[in-house]
Design a protein around this ligand. Sequence first.
Ligand SMILES: C[C@H](NC(=O)[C@@H](N)CCCCN)C(=O)O
Length: 480
Amino acid sequence: MTEQIQRKLSESKTARWAVLALVAFTMLCGYFITDMMAPLQDLLQTPVDGGGLGWTANEYGKFTSAYGWFNVFFLMLIFGGMILDKMGVRFTGVMATSIMLVGVFIKWFGVSHDFGGETVSIFGTEWGYPLLVASLGYALFGVGVEIAGITVSKIIVKWFKGKEMALAMGLEMACARIGTGLAIGITPLLSRAFGNSISMPIFIGLILLCIGLISFIVFVVMDKRRDVEDAAAATGEEEAEEPFRFGDILDIITLKGFWYMALLCVLFYSAVFPFLKYAPNLMINKFGIDPEWSGVIPALLPFGNILLTPFFGNLYDRKGKGATIMIIGSVMLIFIHCMFSIPMLNNWIVALCLIILLGIAFSLVPSAMWPSVPKIIPENKLGTAYALIFWVQNWGLMGVPYMIGIVLDKYCITGMVDGKPTYNYMIPMMIFTCFGILALFISLLLKREDRIKGYGLELPNIQKDADIVLAEEMIGEGQR
Ligand SMILES: C[C@H](NC(=O)[C@@H](N)CCCCN)C(=O)O
């Protein structure tokens, strides 16, 4: 009886769903801040005397790419993964959320402070101080939110393994997408409510994130209690989890399956998150939508994900077909971006339909991708594996918006209105289509690798007892 009560937290359905709600809320706050500048692109490009910051598309691209600077060049994400596997989810999560807070504060300071129009030259390019300081803040924030992302994935594996893991990951992503949807949909309205302010929405994000930190701290208390209970109830016969060793990185990066997953991740996500950064501006320039409402159609994408990601996650849990799901998502991606690139398809209804389809594609792939990683990588290396995948992905999250900004300014300007350029988005959308084609190629290779190594990507996650033995044997074979 006592044992039953003691083991309650790890067995309790309510406890694990409460844990999910707490950490998913922290991620919601993180994603809100990640994407909140996208619908302000038009305002950021408005001349200073018109109330904006007078940035070019290239400068907006530079700012957006800052998200990945420290993660990519200083390997912060990889260190974050190692810290996660060494120090555990509680320490790493609090650390990551605190880093996010400092980053947002710096970003807010950058856009709200008057630097007197001074500039500084870095690697031969001129940077205004608001751009530089805001970018540095965003770069730091990027470290925090990415480390928080891998931490939350590991938390879900810890609390949901063998249970509703893909559904839980889907729901966590759904919450994160609420953050993105709110950011894209309501930031222009918030900005307008405060007299076209750029800094006020960021300040509101800062306050939201403080609540996100509190939410994570409540999780810390629950997780600690669970570990104490588990330790007290341990019989001593359980297999101890192998501690992480530095050489484990080598084990991970020598797996072909890992590379297919990482490449699919960078290619697929490069065609979605960077696209979202420009989507409100695309709505203004291609579909003639009013700047104040330019976020509404793109915001449907994350809101569509909210229902569909858990739905497909649940499907994967029960029916499997993870590799096939990723192939279907990639095919859809190609079609959608190809349609966006056709200049005469410029009716807002087309935009609406394509965004809804993109919402489906962007639910399919993540709902199968993230729960598939533990099928390829053992749990004690999972933090590092997720970090390495995120690291590869961050090259895309950093490089693609930067490249699109340059392409827009160099090849896509069609005229000037109110001191701001207007753009033809055909070339950027063709670039996004190419990412889709490459993603499809890699997803086919991944399916082939799964057939060869027997990772079990096509198998359901929730298994009957007899299946568990079979699947573990197959996964064991795969890792050898
Ligand atoms: C779970 C996954 N997260 C990521 O891919 C992050 N590395 C990127 C977060 C970027 C936020 N705009 C996801 O959100 O699907």
